[in-house]
Write a protein that binds this ligand. Structure first.
Ligand code: MLY
Length: 265
């Protein structure tokens, strides 16, 4: 169940095409997620990619894991596919001659790291190596085209996967733009990024695809609307009159009006 959003209807309504699956560095049949909350594994520290840390699975969503580095806080969770090369079974780092590192922002004194490591691994449930999947190979070249539709991680809110459009190409990079949102969430990534997926990915994995935002984004040639309403969806307009400047969004106590988007089922 994906909040009534239907790609089939949406592609028709917008007269657009999905990027072919061969454009992406993703498995054609998404990898099964056999991880369980509480399992421990090794992960690259996203804030310090040269260090390998211990991570705990704190959530599961489709083919992805919500991870938290042991010894870190709960404000820096990150998401990885079960076929990411940035996660490994415990023991892998040492096997390759490396040493497990405390995460950036380790909440204890650095000198207590060895004892912390012993304690965190003692009696822990370690994710078995058979539930890790090999990362798919990268396509040979960037074969995206401007206007193609895809599903993409919102990097500012990485638990969200959202309908998106290729906004531009720049060598090996693609500009990911989020449908129905102004530019604030856009980003360039490599064509073989693990954060972009073919249309239908979330349906296959059971991950939760967000519906598009409701801002009508006009083609650049028609000029940019300058109403200053920021990133708030247009379908839920809130008059600025009578409200303190800078305070945006919904009036307290007022219920969001349910508006049917044309691409809803
Ligand atoms: N609280 C945020 C959420 C925005 C999400 C946008 N993504 C889906 C592209 C906001 O309203 O700004």
């Amino acid at each position: 169940y994906q909040g009534h959003f239907s790609w089939e209807k949406y592609l028709k309504e917008t007269g657009s095409n999905a990027a072919p699956a061969s454009c992406f560095r993703q498995s054609l049949t998404p990898p099964v997620n056999e991880f369980k909350a509480g399992m421990k594994l090794e992960a690259q520290d996203p804030r310090n990619t040269t260090s390998t840390c211990i991570a705990t699975v704190v959530g599961l969503t489709g083919s992805r894991l919500r991870l938290r580095l042991d010894g870190s806080d709960n404000k820096n969770d990150f998401w990885r596919l079960v076929d990411s090369s940035e996660i490994q079974p415990i023991g892998n780092c040492e096997k390759n001659g490396g040493m497990l590192q405390p995460p950036l922002g380790f909440r204890l004194n650095a000198s207590s790291w060895p004892m912390f490591l012993l304690k965190t691994l003692n009696g822990a449930e370690m994710a078995p190596s058979r539930i890790f999947h090999k990362e798919p190979p990268a396509p040979e070249q960037n074969s995206f085209q401007v206007g193609m539709k895809l599903e993409a991680v919102d990097r500012k809110n990485p638990h969200f996967i959202c309908p998106a459009t290729v906004g531009a190409l720049r060598g090996v990079e693609v500009l990911v733009t989020f449908d129905g949102w102004r530019g604030a969430f856009d980003y360039y990534c490599r064509y073989d990024s693990r954060d972009i997926f073919p249309v239908g990915w979330c349906t296959l994995t059971g991950d939760n695809l967000q519906p598009p935002g409701s801002k009508v984004v006009l083609p650049k040639s028609l000029g940019t609307p300058t109403d200053g309403s920021g990133e708030s969806p247009a379908m839920n307009p809130t008059p600025t009159v009578g409200r303190p400047p800078g305070q945006r969004g919904r009036k307290p106590g007022r219920r969001k009006t349910k508006v049917m988007a044309p691409w809803s089922q």
